[in-house]
Ligand binder design. Structure first.
Ligand SMILES: Cc1ncc(COP(=O)(O)O)c(C=O)c1O
Length: 390
């Protein structure tokens, strides 16, 4: 069988650097006990690794406060649920955007539908960016929270979060940023962004295993816990602990995931975050230039590639996204993601109902120029045999 050309890295990065999985496994085999539960050497080693991971990630995200406010969760969806539900109160107004993923939209919609909050969903412009002025105009006296994605998982556009963060801070509105797509790919400085909370997932560009994610809550910001339970310390207290990290963490941590995430940090540092971004942006530029020459391929919001992740949405005129994706898979061994990519409002605004969404190509650190050529040739072939050329 031909080489698999994996271009669905926005869903999850694949493959993972071998050292990430090896070191996670080695650590787990050697020190895989419950940290914070006893004073044995093994438990202390496990705790030291978790502490190092909190410190490394807090610094990576530009957090200047206590690294214990870096809390581990299952993934970005989990973190966003905790942040959204832990920040808003009945009668509040929440602003989000049509670019957002269901992991933001559904918790917000649930609160809206159950009559607890009002919500505003801001559109993006024709190039795929939310206008900070729209955020400023949408703020009402009861606006409590702006929650939005840093990078669109459908269009790849990196949003002007620093400008939006400044508007929120000046208005006394909490600002939560979903960095699921950008973390590990694009620099994140939560102080410069004026973010109150950032929510990340481990298995995308942070190169960790699935099932580990987290959030950082800035000092002075109060997120109410959603869950209560065992923390391993101060067991005599009937109340769940108020201090971080326990405030938002309960039960046994995903030690294997944290060890992998920490090794992912080392891998990113070794490769150089700018080098990773530049390499993938060069491939994206080649892909876009090649596809612009193919009559019948429709690209979405790809005219400007600055402030852009290596993520591209496209369609072939006269075909559904799913049919294009299936042909890319079956004939050319290229794995992409088709459909709505968990971000239905993006597609409502793009008007991609008839094509049933888009074909999303998302690049990763192991893609090559030769693979880009194969994708361009594959799409040329699909247009010629099955599409409507202009
Ligand atoms: C922008 C964005 N936010 C949140 C998520 C959710 O991440 P997870 O599935 O790891 O919770 C994703 C995953 O695709 C995403 O692309």
């Amino acid at each position: 069988m031909d080489e698999l050309i994996y271009m669905d890295n926005a869903a999850t990065a694949f493959p993972k650097p071998p050292e990430v999985l090896q070191n996670a496994l080695d650590f787990y085999q050697t020190y895989g006990v419950n940290p914070g539960r006893s004073g044995t050497d093994l438990a202390l080693e496990a705790e030291a690794m978790v502490t190092e991971a909190r410190k490394t990630l807090a610094a990576f995200f530009g957090a200047t406060g206590d690294s214990d406010r870096l809390v581990f969760t299952q993934n970005a969806s989990d973190s966003l649920n905790i942040a959204i539900q832990g920040l808003v109160q009945e009668g509040d107004h929440v602003i989000t955007t049509c670019l957002d993923h269901n992991s933001v939209l559904r918790p917000v919609y649930h609160l809206e539908q159950t009559g607890q909050i009002e919500a505003t969903y801001l559109p993006f412009d024709s190039t795929g960016f939310v206008d900070p002025d729209d955020v400023a105009q949408a703020i009402q006296p009861n606006t409590r929270l702006v929650v939005m994605t840093h990078g669109s998982n459908v269009l790849g556009t990196i949003q002007p979060v620093a400008e939006i963060g400044h508007i929120c801070r000046a208005s006394g509105v909490a600002f939560v940023v979903d960095v699921a797509q950008t973390a590990g790919m694009f620099p994140i400085d939560m102080e410069a962004m004026k973010a109150d909370v950032i929510c990340f997932t481990g298995h995308k560009s942070l190169m960790g295993p699935p099932g580990i994610g987290g959030m950082y809550v800035r000092e002075g910001v109060t997120v109410e816990p959603l869950r209560y339970g065992g923390t391993g310390v101060r067991s005599e207290y009937p109340d769940h602990l108020e201090e971080y990290p326990w405030r938002l963490e309960c039960g046994t941590l995903n030690l294997l995931g944290i060890a992998g995430l920490l090794e992912g940090q080392r891998w990113i540092a070794k490769e150089g975050p700018e080098t990773i971004y530049e390499r993938e942006t060069t491939l994206l530029t080649k892909l876009v230039a090649g596809l612009k020459e193919v009559d019948g391929v429709i690209l979405y919001c790809a005219d400007r590639l600055e402030h852009h992740l290596p993520v591209l949405s496209l369609n072939v005129a006269g075909m559904t996204a799913n049919n294009v994706g299936t042909l890319l898979d079956v004939k050319f061994n290229v794995a992409t993601r088709t459909g709505l990519q968990c971000a239905p409002r993006v597609h409502e605004q793009l008007g991609t109902k008839e094509t049933k969404g888009t074909v999303r190509i998302s690049l990763g650190p192991f893609n090559t120029e030769a693979q880009i050529d194969t994708v361009i040739e594959g799409l040329q072939d699909i247009v010629q045999r099955h599409g409507n050329r202009n």
